[in-house]
Design a protein. Structure first.
Length: 737
């Protein structure tokens, strides 16, 4: 079979993922949605999430139109094409659609997970995971349908776009056009991650500090008017935001490999097609992996999720070998090797395979290390729990220390993967290593999105007054979800580092003439390096300050409602009194509390988070888009330094923030799991001083792990992909033509 014909299998695999998502959505909709009160709460969460997306997408639609217009107007027909605007719009649209469909299903799966938890842990896990699987399959499905279809279209139409000679130049230009798709996906991802992160953490911080610390009511209590906004935030930040994040990581890894393959292979189609074929096979493996995520009653959900995700990753190894071997032999049959390296020696099947293994092993190892630093019962979290006994200050010191320490092993693993992949197959091998990490994105994201669905299910169970054993099951799922989310962030950050390096190499190939070198002794490179190293800190400051400012508005509103709504104030007194006396509410007290819960003005809290996130997401997003353009117009060499500096400081800052936040979160949950003991010696359990310290630490860590930290890996790749897109124009300007 000619290699070109296999290209049609790429969008077909994407369509298969979308078909799986459609059938799974239908299955979820048939599950029990619980009683009327549960459905009412779920409907509030659904409406809040959809309202946020509508507001966000209105702003982003204008942004997409403006940027696409600029790309069309500034495109140089001799080096690019105005059709890069089509690529940009397609990437942005596919990313937005993936977030929309995934979040729509997640906000329907949450109440069904809570309802299933009444029967047991196993059915609740099944509903939550399948809800996450819809998000995962929408991301990879829309990614390959859009990206693969555009590649086929450009290959078929390119002769009509420009008069070019030579397959190498033609293929390189086609792949460069696809950079617009990645830029569109990255732009939407950054705004979605930052906007969603601001939304969810403003609500979470407001709900925790006023509700749990000041008022002393349980987490997710329906008397807290910020609780609905908090549950909405779980979806807009950790479902839509994470989906957009991994969508652009997935596309960026594919694109980086294609760009390097097209350049290094001198027009060999096999080098550009290989990453698409591996991504297509990864979809099939991910779908199969979802059927192995199951557990018996009383089992460990973590084991079930690890079986599916890590199992799928290792199944990809022999399949990847078959695909690589086919492409290498196809290229050899046409008379020349697929790609050359190390003194123009042909790269073998095993060399490329070892590059993928290096990335895959590093990704799994980083996930395990991240799990160690963020899991309950492990040394890092235990140290935070122990130091919470003496108050919030020592809790925060311990968490920061854990975060700093957690950067060491992942950085060594990333460096090792880069060294091995480059040694076996050059920079093309480094790009393949990133793709190896992300080849099973479908099931990795399913495991990630499962977490916020479980968290929402716990909130619905609490607000609906379901029996304690139901909340116990949802808390079990949620605690595992915190760990899987941390592991997912570790994967995303590690793959971002490798993908950004491959895109940096693509920028170097496209934006510089032969013989031009990026040397540290060049003052322009050093200036760019310093500015690039600073940008992740400035970006993080903008995101953290946005959360703090929005949280202040939320705290003020919750305090106002507690103070100014008489029945709410009285009900709070009944709940805190019962908590202090360690007893359940009486029937009459329960009636009064339920009546007061209907008086909370949740819409005001939802509106505060929505408006704050939309308004404050713009500045960090523009910083990422404008910085490479401004620096590049001054100096291509400074732009190269800028990208390198952002990569180095951004990766380490992202690991630190994500792991510190995850450790703080599970430290709080570990304290809550302890038997209540308010004595000075014990000081444990809910309501204790240790618990209050742990809640404050978790509150500090929230914007670390859910706003600034996970946004940094998008910042790194977006800046690099912008540099790749503008590189031909910058080179032409430097040449004076």
């Amino acid at each position: 079979m000619p290699i070109q014909n296999l290209l049609y299998a790429v969008p077909a695999c994407g369509a298969l993922a979308l078909l799986y998502a459609a059938f799974t959505t239908a299955w979820i909709s048939r599950q029990d949605a619980g009683n009327q009160r549960m459905q009412g709460i779920a409907e509030q969460i659904f409406r809040g999430a959809m309202a946020f997306l509508a507001a966000e997408y209105k702003v982003l639609a204008l942004f997409v139109v403006v940027i696409a217009g600029l790309l069309v107007l500034t495109a140089d027909p001799t080096t690019s094409s105005p059709m890069i605007g089509l690529s940009f719009v397609s990437g942005a649209l596919c990313s937005a659609l993936a977030g929309f469909f995934g979040m729509r299903v997640a906000t329907r799966a949450n109440v069904r997970t809570a309802a299933a938890a009444r029967s047991g842990l196993s059915p609740a896990l099944s509903v939550a995971f399948r809800g996450g699987a819809v998000m995962g399959m929408c991301v990879v499905g829309l990614g390959l349908v859009g990206f693969g279809a555009l590649f086929l279209f450009y290959l078929g139409q390119f002769d009509a776009l420009a008069d070019v000679d030579g397959s190498a130049q033609e293929l390189t230009r086609v792949v460069n056009l696809l950079a617009g798709f990645s830029m569109g996906a990255s732009s939407i991802a950054l705004f979605a991650r930052v906007g969603g992160g601001i939304y969810t953490k403003a609500a979470d911080v407001g709900a925790d500090l006023v509700g749990k610390v000041e008022a002393g009511i349980p987490e997710d209590h329906f008397l807290n008017p910020a609780t609905i906004a908090d549950n909405v935030g779980d979806n807009v930040g950790d479902v839509a935001g994470m989906g957009a994040d991994l969508f652009e990581s997935y596309i960026g890894a594919i694109l980086g490999t294609m760009v390097l393959g097209a350049v290094a292979a001198s027009g060999k189609l096999e080098a550009a097609i290989l990453p698409l074929l591996i991504a297509g096979a990864g979809i099939v493996v991910s779908i199969l992996g979802t059927f192995f995520v199951r557990t018996k009653e009383g089992g460990n959900p973590q084991v079930a999720l690890d079986t599916g995700s890590f199992g799928a990753a290792f199944v990809m190894l022999p399949i990847s070998w078959l695909i690589i071997d086919y492409c290498v032999k196809s290229a050899a049959a046409n008379g020349t090797p697929m790609i050359l390296t190390h003194g123009a020696a042909p790269i073998t099947t095993m060399a490329l395979m070892w590059a993928i293994v290096a990335g895959l092993v590093a990704g799994v190892a980083i996930g395990l290390v991240t799990g160690y630093y963020c899991s309950k019962g492990k040394r890092p979290v235990n140290s935070i729990v122990a130091q919470s006994k003496t108050g919030p200050a020592t809790n925060i010191i311990a968490g920061i220390g854990v975060g700093f320490e957690s950067t060491a092993i992942p950085i060594v693993l990333i460096a090792g993967a880069i060294y091995l992949a480059n040694d076996f197959a050059g920079l093309y091998g480094v790009a393949l290593a990133a793709l190896g990490m992300l080849s099973t994105t479908g099931i990795q994201l399913a495991v990630d999105a499962y977490g916020p669905i479980s968290d929402n299910a716990g909130g619905i169970a609490e607000m609906s007054g379901l029996p304690p054993e139901v909340r116990g099951r949802t808390d079990n799922l949620d605690a595992v979800g915190n760990t899987t989310a941390a592991i997912g962030k570790g994967f995303a950050i590690a793959s971002a580092a490798l993908a950004a390096l491959s895109l940096f190499a693509a920028f170097r190939n496209v934006g510089f003439r032969p013989g031009e070198e990026l040397m540290l002794t060049n003052p322009e490179v050093l200036i760019g390096l310093l500015i690039g190293g600073m940008l992740p800190f400035l970006f993080s400051a903008m995101a953290m300050k946005a959360v703090g400012s929005a949280a202040m508005d939320m705290i003020t509103e919750v305090r106002r409602q507690f103070r100014e709504i008489p029945v709410l104030r009285s009900a709070l007194g009944l709940v805190t009194k019962a908590e202090h006396e360690n007893r359940d509410l009486t029937a009459e007290e329960e009636r009064q509390v339920l009546e007061a819960g209907s008086k909370t003005e949740v819409e005001r809290c939802v509106a505060i988070s929505t408006q704050a996130s939309i308004r404050r997401m713009i500045a960090p997003g523009l910083l990422a888009l404008i910085s490479p353009v401004v620096v590049g117009l001054w100096s291509r060499f400074a732009l190269g330094g800028l990208l390198a500096g952002t990569l180095v400081s951004g990766v380490m800052l992202a690991i630190f923030m994500s792991n510190a936040g995850g450790a703080w979160d599970n430290a709080k949950k570990q304290v809550e799991d302890q038997k209540k003991d308010n004595s000075q010696e014990g000081n444990s359990g809910k309501g204790s001083d240790r618990h209050k310290a742990a809640v404050i630490g978790d509150t500090v860590g929230d914007p670390f792990k859910d706003t600034a930290g996970p946004s940094l890996n998008i910042l790194i790749k977006l800046m690099t992909i912008v540099a790749v897109v503008i590189a031909p124009t910058l080179l032409k300007m430097a040449s004076g033509s």
